[in-house]
Design a protein around this ligand. Structure first.
Ligand code: GDP
Length: 445
């Protein structure tokens, strides 16, 4: 979504390359370009002014670090200032100390509230919570049904008004939902409220009434990031009319200029807590100002990658292998197989790799990686005796033939595997001596 802004900033930084020192004129020119880039991205004027002012001042006064050239220095300052205007720290949900945590959603119609409600519910389930969705948007035809469909998709129950029983009164529905949540032991209640096409008094009053009736732990203002400057106006109107604790930006996958993301925090003083970035229920996460800043500066979303890589690649397994190396007997075929399994898990990361600049070659390697190869390796290793797995050196010619037959492979496959294992072991030993944690030895293919 920040493609244009990213490109413009990259151009700005390019002009600084090769400069040994930044003159006053260089700093002025850079500040001017950053200003234009931000304005073009639809960032609100007061925010732009403050941002550029801060960058300029720091560029002038900051001691030039020996480790960074002037261009890098400016990038660092811009990155830090971006993190600041995006809110600094990631603001996490506050849960109620007792009873269900009540989260109320407010925002314009079409902002993506109903979709977001289900995404949030799914996310909470992942955090071992037991959420319940509440359909208190009784304005828009089909809103209740839409929430029910979404609730079903993520496997979260939906509390909806029953005909005759308070139907038509969203305040009553919201109030009753809290009782229901207590009865059914749901620990989080997510209340979807009605939005209108534009800001209007009745809408605000209804949201305020629901707020007063249920005393939410968090009121989240949901706003479509693609609506540009209007997002800021609407955010201000909801702040005055209903009040809220945090903001959720939706449709961050759009290619709009996205200045809303950069303006809202500064204008309203309220943190962006979540970001929604697509039609899929999984296109949703906590909003991390530092990661967003890195993304805008096109430094690749390193942190997200690392976090996801850690999930896929079990570092405990790697450490176990490293420990074994340190003890006598060292790395065995069994460990080798474990490493192969890890690589298989990494295969599902090809998409994430795309986030990193310069990862193209690695991505190709992973994409061409044949999963069946691991099954074949596994079959061969399992045809060996435990002693052979511990020390493949003892596998002689006749045993190789027997192992191949047992695994339904050729002797040459067994030879290849054993060779590859010795290569990998050599590599692991080198790494261990070098102090590094072993990674992925002998990638097949
Ligand atoms: P509500 O009126 O605020 O409840 O908004 P809805 O949840 O009905 O969303 C309005 C439209 O935006 C629907 O077509 C959604 O599929 C779409 N939408 C919601 N969130 C996102 C998002 O993050 N990205 C994209 N591309 N579309 C979204």
């Amino acid at each position: 979504m920040f493609a244009t802004l990213s490109d413009r900033l990259a151009d700005t930084f390019k002009n600084l390359r090769g400069k040994g020192r930044l003159s006053e004129a260089d700093i002025d020119a850079t500040a001017r370009e950053i200003r234009i880039a931000l304005l073009e991205a639809d960032v609100a004027l007061p925010v732009v002014k403050e941002f550029v002012g801060a960058v300029k001042e720091r560029a002038r006064s900051e001691e030039v670090s020996g480790a960074l050239n002037p261009a890098q220095q400016i990038i660092k300052i811009v990155h830090e200032e971006l993190v600041t205007i995006l809110g600094g720290e990631t603001r996490r949900l506050r849960y109620a100390k007792s009873g269900p945590t009540v989260i109320m959603l407010a925002g314009l119609q079409g902002a993506g509230k109903t979709t977001l409600a289900a995404k949030l519910a799914r996310w909470l389930k992942d955090q071992d919570r037991t959420p319940m969705l509440v359909a208190a948007d009784l304005q828009r035809p089909n809103a209740v049904q839409q929430l029910q469909v979404n609730g079903e998709r993520v496997g979260v129950p939906v509390f909806a008004p029953e005909p005759g029983n308070g139907a038509g009164d969203p305040v009553e529905v919201a109030r009753a939902s809290i009782e229901e949540a207590k009865r059914k032991l749901h620990d989080v209640v997510i209340i979807d409220t009605a939005g209108r096409l534009g800001v209007d008094e009745t809408l605000m009053q209804q949201a305020a009434d629901i707020r007063d009736a249920v005393q939410p732990d968090e009121v989240l203002f949901v706003v479509d990031a693609m609506i540009g400057q209007d997002a800021v106006t609407t955010a201000q109107a909801f702040l005055d009319g209903v009040g809220y604790d945090g903001v959720v930006l939706t449709k961050l996958d759009g290619d709009a200029r996205g200045g809303a993301a950069l303006s809202i925090r500064s204008i309203t003083g309220k943190p962006v807590m979540f970001a929604s970035s697509g039609e899929k229920m999984t296109d949703f996460d906590l909003f991390h100002p530092d990661r967003m800043a890195s993304r805008i500066l096109d430094m690749g979303d390193m942190l997200t990658l690392i976090e996801q890589a850690e999930k896929a690649f079990d570092s405990a397994e790697s450490l176990k292998a490293a420990e074994k190396l340190a003890t006598k007997g060292g790395f065995t075929l069994e460990d080798f197989l474990q490493q192969m399994m890890q690589i298989r898990k990494l295969g599902s990361m090809t998409k994430i790799m795309g986030m990193l600049p310069g990862m193209g070659q690695f991505r190709d390697q992973l994409e061409n990686f044949d999963e069946r190869e691991i099954d074949r390796i596994q079959a061969i290793i399992q045809s060996m005796t435990p002693a052979e797995r511990d020390n493949p050196k003892i596998i002689d010619g006749s045993r190789r033939a027997r192992i191949a037959a047992g695994a339904g492979r050729q002797v040459s496959d067994v030879n290849q595997l054993v060779d590859r294992f010795f290569e990998a072991r050599k590599m692991m030993e080198q790494m261990a001596r070098g102090g590094g944690v072993p990674g992925m030895p002998g990638m097949p293919g």
